[in-house]
Design a protein. Structure first.
Length: 211
């Protein structure tokens, strides 16, 4: 039996886990420095699990603000000559192309961002896409799945590290604040929550039928 498509579970939307690393907290003025995306798929048993991961390093856009406190937390040196960073438009184009391809493969109509405190990540993606005049942003402009909220409901934890541990995985503080590490841990957390609520979802279908 083939694995079900994600379009059958999320009303035609494709959840994509995103984590960004930035040079501050203002998406209009502060640099976007890293983006990581984790695609999700159902296995043949109907369990949601992480699929392919994609990560790009990004050069600060011209005139971008870089807050020293933010760089200290992430450990990113934006101007390290050994850092294989791309211009913002090229970097986003690479990630968005992979997401558009998966939207089509999964029979979905649009992607929806999954993130821990998702509004932060979505704001930075939207601001960068607007700066780069990207016309086909694959993400819904304002809807998202926030794992901070979901984990608070499911596990009573809203901090990512504690929620991941409550869900049964390990957490390495030394690896945190890498976009790829945080995105992969967020993907684990989201999949774990969706799978634990599978019975509730299936019961709702039995009562009301598909949306």
């Amino acid at each position: 039996m083939p694995a079900p498509l994600l379009s059958t579970r999320f009303r035609g939307f494709l959840p994509v886990v995103i984590d960004v690393e930035t040079g501050g907290f203002n998406p209009a003025t502060d640099a976007l420095l890293e983006v990581a995306a984790v695609l999700l798929r159902f296995n043949e048993g109907g369990q949601l699990e992480p699929g392919e991961s994609h990560r790009v390093l990004i050069k600060p856009f011209e005139g971008a603000n870089l807050e020293p406190a933010s760089l200290q937390i992430t450990g990113i040196d934006p101007f390290n000559p050994l850092r294989p960073a791309l211009d913002e438009g090229e970097a986003l184009g690479r990630v968005f192309n992979e997401i558009r391809r998966e939207v089509k493969a999964q029979g979905c109509k649009r992607a929806v961002l999954v993130g821990h405190n998702a509004f932060f990540d979505l704001q930075f993606l939207n601001a960068a896409a607007q700066r780069c005049e990207i016309k086909r942003n694959p993400f819904h402009p304002f809807s998202s799945f926030d794992t901070a909220t979901l984990a608070g409901v499911a596990f009573g934890q809203t901090v990512l590290s504690r929620a991941v541990e409550a869900a049964g995985s390990s957490w390495d503080d030394d690896s945190a604040h890498s976009a790829l590490y945080d995105a992969e841990k967020t993907a684990f957390l989201f999949c774990e929550i969706v799978n634990r609520f599978r019975t509730i979802y299936e019961d709702s279908l039995a009562v009301a039928g598909p949306a």
